[in-house]
Design a protein around this ligand. Structure first.
Ligand code: FAD
Length: 432
C-alpha cells in the first residue's frame, strides 16, 4: 500500500535532509497551497509537475536547493541535539548532541542559534491506540491517505470524529509550454507567483468574523455545500460528512478526490467513537469490536507545548518548556526573553491556514539577519527581547484573534487547552 510502517520523527536514517516532506510518506501526501508558492522566493521552481505537488516532489526540490547552496557540507546529519543551555557568564549557547548512527556524544558552542525544529513533527498518537498489535501508521489528516489507497485496498473502514469542510482542488499537470515559459521568461513566472500569492492572501478575509468579511466565508461555505451535494449522492453518507461548526475554524480540506473516495462501494464511513484497541481489533463505544489488518491513524500532530522537559535551559536557568507552558509568549514567534541570541523558526503563533509558511520562514530569517547585523555593527555579544515586548505582542494577538473564526467557533489544534489560539498567525503574510 505504500504506507510507512513506523512513525518517522523527521530525522532521516541516512545522511539526507529530513523534515516534513521526508517523514510524511502516505500515498496522497501533498501540499495544500499551490506549489508555485511553496518555494523559496530566491529559488523559484520552474518544474513543478502539477499545481499541487506531492510530498516526494517537494522533498526533491528542497534537496536541490540544499545541494545548490552547498548545505550538505554544513549539515551534521544523524545528529540530535539532546540538550541546549544558555551560559550566562560567557553569553553562549552550549549544545549537547548525539550521533544517532554511531552513538557518539559531544558538545559544541554557538553564539547564535536558529531553532527550526518543525511545528508539525511529533505525531499525536492517542493513548487508546498504542496497544494495537498489527501494523499501524500515522498521518496528519485522512486526506493524505484515503484517496491514495482506496483503489488498492479490498475494504476500508473510515472512522470519523469530526467532519471537515472540503473545497475543490484543481490539480492541473504543468504542461511543457508553461514550464518553457517559466524557465525562459522568469518575469512571467514571477507574475504568476505573485498573482497566486495575492489570491491566497485575499482568502484570509474568509477567516474574519467581521460582518463584511462574512461574505467570502458565506461564499466558501456555499461552495463547500454544493461540492458535497454534487460529489456525495447518498443522503445518509452526506449527513455524516456534513460539518457542524462554522467553516474555517478547523483546517479546510482542499481536495477533489476525497469525497469520491469515501463514496466508493468498498468504503464504510462510521461515526461511532473508538474507545480502545485489543490485539488487532478496535473497540467501539457500543461494546462491539472490529478486527482490522492495518490501522491508519489520521490523528495529526502535537502542536502545543512540544519542547521536552529540561531540554532547553535559557537565561537565569529557566526551563523554556516550563516558562512557556501551554501559553508561550514570544515576540512574533521568533524570540523570547528566556532565550537570548536564539531565533525560533515557525515558532508559536506563526502557522497559517491560508498561504505558504515558507513566506513566514523567509521573513523570520530576514529579521534575524538584520538583528545579527545590528549585533555585529555595534559589537554586541547578546541580543534579547524584553518581556514587555512579548506581552504586548501576545495582547495584540489575543485582541485580534477575537475577530477571527479560529478562536470563537470551535475547538481545534490551533488552540491550547484554555482555548487561546497559539498555533496560528492572526492575519495575512504581508502583514507579518
Ligand atoms: C502532511 C503535511 C502537509 C503540510 N502541508 C503544508 C502546505 O501545504 N503548506 C504549508 O505552508 N505548510 C504545510 N505543512 C507545514 C510544514 O510543516 C511546513 O510547511 C514545513 O515543512 C516546515 O518546515 P520546517 O523545516 O520548519 O520543519 P520540519 O520540516 O518539520 O523540519 C524540522 C527538522 O528539525 C529536526 N529536529 C527537531 N528537533 C531536533 C533536535 N533536537 N535535534 C536535531 N534535529 C531536530 C527534525 O528532525 C526535522 O528534520 C504541512 C505539514 C505536514 C505535516
Amino acid at each position: 500500500m505504500g504506507l510507512t510502517k513506523t512513525f518517522k520523527d523527521g530525522s532521516s536514517p541516512t545522511p539526507e535532509l529530513g523534515g516534513t516532506w521526508w517523514s510524511n510518506t502516505c500515498p496522497n501526501v501533498a501540499c495544500d497551497v499551490k506549489s508555485i508558492d511553496y518555494a523559496f522566493s530566491f529559488e523559484p521552481n520552474y518544474d513543478w509537475s502539477s499545481s499541487y505537488a506531492g510530498g516526494a516532489e517537494i522533498w526533491d526540490y528542497l534537496r536541490r536547493v540544499a545541494r545548490k547552496h552547498h548545505l550538505y557540507d554544513k549539515i551534521r546529519f544523524r545528529t540530535e541535539i539532546t540538550h541546549i543551555e544558555w551560559d550566562d557568564g560567557r553569553q553562549k549557547w552550549v549544545l549537547d548532541y548525539i550521533n544517532l548512527s554511531t552513538g557518539d556524544q559531544g558538545r559544541y558552542e554557538a553564539d547564535i542559534v536558529f531553532a527550526g525544529m518543525g511545528p508539525l513533527r511529533i505525531p499525536k498518537i492517542p493513548k487508546e491506540f498504542e496497544a494495537f498489535e498489527g501494523p499501524k501508521c500515522h498521518t496528519a489528516h485522512a486526506i493524505q491517505v484515503v484517496p491514495g489507497i482506496v483503489n488498492t485496498v479490498k475494504h476500508l473502514d473510515y472512522y470519523q470524529r469530526t467532519a471537515s469542510y472540503v473545497v475543490p482542488r484543481r490539480n492541473v499537470p504543468t504542461n511543457a509550454l508553461w514550464k518553457f515559459l517559466f524557465r525562459y521568461m522568469p518575469f512571467f513566472h514571477f507574475i504568476v507567483y505573485k498573482l497566486q500569492y495575492w489570491a491566497s492572501e485575499y482568502t484570509i478575509a474568509a477567516f474574519s468574523t467581521k460582518l463584511i468579511d462574512r461574505i467570502p466565508r458565506l461564499v466558501m461555505t456555499a461552495m463547500a455545500w454544493l461540492f458535497r451535494r454534487i460529489q456525495i449522492r447518498n443522503t445518509q453518507l452526506r449527513k455524516k460528512l456534513t460539518p457542524k461548526y462554522e467553516m474555517g475554524c478547523r483546517r479546510i480540506v482542499v481536495s477533489s478526490d476525497y469525497y469520491p473516495a469515501l463514496a466508493r462501494k468498498n468504503v464504510d464511513v462510521h461515526t461511532e467513537e473508538i474507545t480502545g484497541v485489543k490485539g488487532n481489533s478496535i473497540l467501539l463505544k457500543d461494546g462491539t469490536s472490529q478486527e482490522v489488518d492495518v490501522l491508519v491513524l489520521a490523528t495529526g500532530f502535537h502542536v502545543q507545548n512540544i519542547l521536552p522537559s529540561r531540554f532547553m535551559i535559557g537565561k537565569d536557568g529557566a526551563d523554556v518548556k516550563t516558562s512557556w507552558g501551554t501559553n508561550p509568549q514570544t515576540y512574533y514567534g521568533l524570540t523570547s526573553p528566556e532565550t537570548p541570541n536564539m531565533f525560533f523558526l515557525l515558532g508559536p503563533n506563526i502557522g497559517l491556514g491560508h498561504n505558504s509558511v515558507l513566506f513566514m520562514v523567509e521573513t523570520q530569517v530576514e529579521y534575524a539577519l538584520k538583528a545579527i547585523s545590528h549585533m555585529m555593527k555595534h559589537d554586541l555579544t547578546t541580543l534579547e527581547v524584553t518581556s514587555q515586548a512579548c506581552r504586548d505582542f501576545a495582547d495584540e494577538v489575543d485582541e485580534k484573534m477575537k475577530g477571527m473564526v479560529w478562536s470563537t467557533m470551535c475547538n481545534s489544534w490551533y488552540q491550547n487547552k484554555q482555548g487561546r489560539v497559539t498555533a496560528l498567525w492572526w492575519s495575512s503574510c504581508s502583514h507579518y
